[in-house]
Design a protein around this ligand. Structure first.
Ligand code: 4AD
Ligand code: MG
Length: 432
């Protein structure tokens, strides 16, 4: 069945030919003897024009009764739009209604956020939401391509795990046949095993954080691209992040420009994303904030207002490096000439979109790592396997994790993270 339909995006190459399209009604209106139906097929949309004297009574009747989001099959001739360059139309010969939609709940009028979120299963059909989700798809595809092209192997981390990678305050407990495990906060620890086997690895999967904060940047379930590489030091890791982020942004600019136009994203801001990215140390960031009048001290973590204030000084992503040792996770390596600081970096988005990436060089010494595990009050028995990686052929290594949804928000210019994933899971939202 599917084979016989022409994708809407291919119609431009078929002027003068008869095509059969299948899709849904985006809009329809009748003007005397003319019906104008905009059909969308999931990728593109096109206006179909029905002229009553040219079609059978059945087709005209179908055109008249079509409702928003009805599904249909249209047969017609492709023509150029009489006035608009590069726009095409279908001169309809026949319409077959597949399903006449009931009164569609989402209309052009302003709906409240809660209403749209309750109807997320339908809201994803809107032009804007569909464009965002296609951009997200392109980012994911580009991410895989980038790492494959650069010699990384996909090495999937488990979702059920007894290990708290990112602190014990945001864990989701799961009953695992009478024993407690957690939903993964990060696949990183397992990537560190992967690189000792395969050299360079990545994973792209869902991660979970029981974040009690209700902000526009936090999801409970979000997707992370995590990369790890053996014999990569802090500098190599920074360069890898720059290359990766530039690659993804370029791919979206190249392949999803129409979608960026649909959501009215300022693409000039994205075109500025070239390496190298500026860097500041954590201590400098504190000074900048104090200079801007923030009541902010060494050891404080950045919230959204601080992130936005810092981003004012940069027109592309920028790194914040050398974080104080007690501010970050247990696995990070201390800076060689100042052990009070970490070889850790956060990549911040410009325009105030917040943290995109967390990364670091990893502690590779078994004894030092054990001390860190104890200091963070983590259960040593569950980290024995992780310590093994330092006992059997340990090497300097580094890695990072990029939040897919945070990056979608930035690339698409979204105010709230709820629109960056098909079905967001947030503090007060777990349906549909
Ligand atoms: O900075 P995070 O916590 O780093 C890690 O989990 C490391 N273990 C990753 C690694 O080195 N392999 O998280 C990484 C990124 C953040 O920069 C942010 O983009 C995103 O994940 N992130 C969230 N996105 C949405 N909702 C949340 N609650 C998020 N928490 C983190
Ligand atoms: Mg972080």
């Amino acid at each position: 069945m599917y084979e016989q339909f022409c994708p809407v995006r291919d119609v431009k190459d078929k002027v003068g030919e008869t095509v059969k399209l299948a899709g849904w009604v985006r809009t329809s209106r009748i003007q005397k003897k003319l019906a104008f139906i905009v059909l969308r097929d999931g990728v593109a949309e096109i206006q179909c024009v029905v002229f009553q004297p040219d079609v059978s009574p059945e087709t005209w009747e179908a055109a008249e009764k079509l409702t928003l989001e009805s599904s249909l099959i249209v047969t017609g001739d492709v023509s150029k739009h009489p006035k608009m360059e590069g726009v095409y139309e279908i001169q309809v010969k026949e319409i077959e209604i597949v399903n006449l939609a009931e009164n569609y709940p989402i209309s052009k009028k302003e709906h409240g956020t809660e209403f749209l979120m309750d109807h997320r299963h339908l809201w994803v059909r809107s032009s804007k939401q569909a464009a965002i989700l296609r951009i997200r798809d392109e980012m994911i595809k580009a991410s895989r391509d980038f790492f494959y092209d650069n010699g990384f192997f996909c090495f999937d981390s488990p979702i059920f795990t007894p290990n708290a990678c990112e602190g014990t305050t945001t864990l989701f407990d799961v009953d695992y046949f009478g024993e407690k495990v957690y939903l993964s906060q990060s696949g990183q620890l397992y990537q560190e095993s992967g690189i000792m086997a395969l050299g360079k690895t990545f994973c792209l999967g869902p991660t979970f954080r029981a974040e009690k904060s209700k902000t526009r940047r936090h999801l409970i379930e979000f997707w992370m691209l995590e990369a790890e590489a053996a014999f990569y030091d802090f500098e190599d890791n920074i360069k890898l992040q720059e290359d990766y982020v530039c690659y993804v942004v370029n791919r979206v600019l190249e392949r999803r420009r129409t979608d960026l136009e649909t959501i009215e994203r300022d693409t000039v801001a994205l075109e500025r994303v070239t390496h190298p990215f500026p860097r500041i140390r954590y201590a400098e960031a504190v000074e900048i904030l104090q200079g801007k009048g923030f009541d902010f001290n060494l050891g404080d973590d950045f919230g959204s207002p601080e992130e936005t204030a810092l981003a004012e000084d940069f027109d592309k992503p920028f790194f914040i490096t050398h974080w104080p040792a007690d501010m970050k996770a247990f696995y990070m390596k201390n800076a060689p000439n100042d052990p009070s600081l970490l070889l850790a970096s956060d990549l911040m988005a410009p325009e105030g979109f917040g943290e995109l990436i967390g990364g670091s060089q990893r502690e590779d010494d078994a004894d030092v790592l054990l001390e860190k595990i104890k200091k963070h009050k983590l259960p040593k028995e569950y980290f024995e396997w992780y310590l093994d990686l330092r006992r059997y052929g340990s090497v300097p290594h580094s890695g990072f994790g990029l939040g897919i949804e945070r990056t979608v928000c930035w690339i698409c210019g979204l105010h709230h993270i709820r629109e960056s994933i098909p079905f967001p899971r947030m503090l007060y939202r777990k349906t549909p």
